[in-house]
Design a protein around this ligand. Structure first.
Ligand code: LLP
Length: 446
């Protein structure tokens, strides 16, 4: 078993994170619970910052907050000197509500609405990454109406297949994202962008995928993108100074995962950019990274309480917990595999093979299949590791489950950063047409 950050097993055989025992946290905050190791998040932010500083004269690290977006996380990213990558009006709003400096925000997304673009221009976000021709013209119109000049990057689809799950590959030819390089669309977009009255083309962006272990895709992307920068210079005479290479660095979830360190990842990509620039005598651009998972993924632990058990002799034993695909859709969506342990029996030897099922009304609601664990009894606590990215942020209210609470832990202190949803939160936006109202229904409107 691989514990990261401040996680350890204490003398009582309890999992402990940030100096706090997980069973106590579960008691205090309830389950399911997302526990985030604040020190490890900060350490990961610093690893990114130090790696770019060591390898590149001009660089920026924008935390891709889609991985885990809350106001506290935005504040933490700001404190650690990171910029922020947002992809919706909601993420932008969260960042603004947390007081995140707008000039350090990058706004991504393949179908930003007029309202979202307007909000971003009004806020004066640092860069808008334009994804398509529709958005290019819409943004120019919005910017001109608001009498502002907006710094943009163009998202390029560089035709590179990252070695990862098809659903989270993004750089290949057949992709909904960005301007396609292969068929000349990207060059046409550059020319069109340069001709817009209220847009200032600052550079290019690409993102080849997520949960990537093999760096060759990044190296290829860096080469393709720098070559395209040079092609743009030759054809238009314009030297673009910013190159955003997206995020995607993979992390360890379970056996077989072979992540590369942040330092190696940045070092390798920076070397590829520098070499390609040297070969083409192209001035080294400012290089931007947008890591999400590698900052928060390993710092999160999801804790569930065990309830029912179903044994099918000769087939399988199901142990059900109080969460599931509503708070973590990743196993059902991508077949993701996780490492699980029993937080209150962390040093007991495995005694049986069980399948941890969620409580949603779907057979596919399985969190971990066929895992060897100590004998599980009702009330025991199952901890799923590497739960910090794309779980809380992808959680839903399916089956009207309430979204879990999130706590940051550090040096023996726990800070609640997201309250557990209540049943009242669930019905907050529900309305019953007045004509159907009856005594006893909570709310009747119109
Ligand atoms: N930049 C852009 C433009 C992106 O689309 C993404 C992720 C990132 C940066 C951050 O990538 P990261 O460093 O976190 O890999 N829900 C999926 C992952 C979807 C990733 C979407 N884009 C999952 O749970 O595996």
């Amino acid at each position: 078993m691989k514990l990261t950050g401040t996680a350890r097993i204490n003398g009582k055989g309890y999992l402990e994170i940030g100096g706090l025992s997980v069973p106590e946290l579960a008691e205090r905050f309830g389950t399911p619970l997302y526990i985030m190791d604040e020190e490890l998040i900060r350490e990961n932010c610093r690893s990114w910052r130090e790696a770019v500083k060591a390898n590149l004269p001009r660089a920026d690290v924008a935390y891709a907050c889609k991985a885990f977006c809350t106001m506290a996380m935005c504040r933490l990213a700001e404190e650690e000197g990171l910029s922020l990558d947002v992809v919706s009006g909601g993420e932008l709003y969260t960042a603004q509500a947390a007081g995140f400096p707008a000039g350090r925000i990058y706004f991504n997304g393949n179908n930003k609405s007029r309202d979202e673009l307007e909000a971003a221009v009004r806020a004066k976000v640092g860069r808008i990454i334009v994804d398509n021709f529709y958005e290019l013209h819409l943004l120019n119109e919005v910017a001109s109406r608001l009498r502002q000049r907006v710094g943009i990057l163009l998202r390029i689809s560089p035709g590179i297949e990252a070695h990862t799950h098809a659903y989270i590959q993004t750089g290949q030819l057949d992709s909904k994202f960005g301007f396609t390089l292969e068929n000349g669309q990207a060059l046409a977009a550059v020319k069109e962008a340069l001709s817009q009255s209220h847009l200032e083309l600052k550079g290019l962006h690409c993102h080849i995928g997520s949960q990537i272990f093999a760096l060759d895709g990044y190296v290829k992307a860096a080469q393709v993108m720098v070559s395209f920068l040079e092609e743009i210079r030759q054809i238009t005479g314009v030297v673009l100074e910013e190159l955003d290479l997206g995020g995607g660095l993979g992390v360890y979830y379970s056996e077989g995962d072979t992540p590369v360190s942040i330092a190696t990842c940045v070092g390798t990509i920076a070397a590829a950019v520098k070499e390609c620039c040297r070969e083409l005598s192209f001035p080294l651009p400012k290089v931007i990274f947008e890591p999400g998972r590698s900052i928060v993924g390993p710092a999160g632990t999801a804790v569930y309480r065990v309830g029912a058990r179903k044994e099918i002799p000769g087939v399988r034993t199901y142990v059900a917990v109080d969460g599931g695909m509503a708070d973590n859709p990743r196993p059902a969506l991508y077949g993701s595999r996780y490492t699980a342990l029993v937080a209150n029996k962390a040093n007991q030897l495995p005694a049986e093979v069980v399948t941890i099922a969620g409580k949603c009304c779907e057979s596919g609601d399985i969190l971990v299949s066929d895992v060897k664990l100590p004998r599980l009894e009702p009330g025991d606590l199952v901890a799923m590791l590497t739960a910090g990215a794309y779980q809380y942020s992808m959680a839903s209210n399916y089956n009207r489950l309430t979204r879990p609470a999130v706590v940051f832990v550090r040096d023996g202190e726990a800070y609640l950063v997201v309250r557990r949803e209540s049943f009242d939160d669930l019905i907050r936006n529900d309305l019953i047409p007045a004509a159907w109202a009856k005594e006893g229904s909570l709310r009747a409107v119109r």
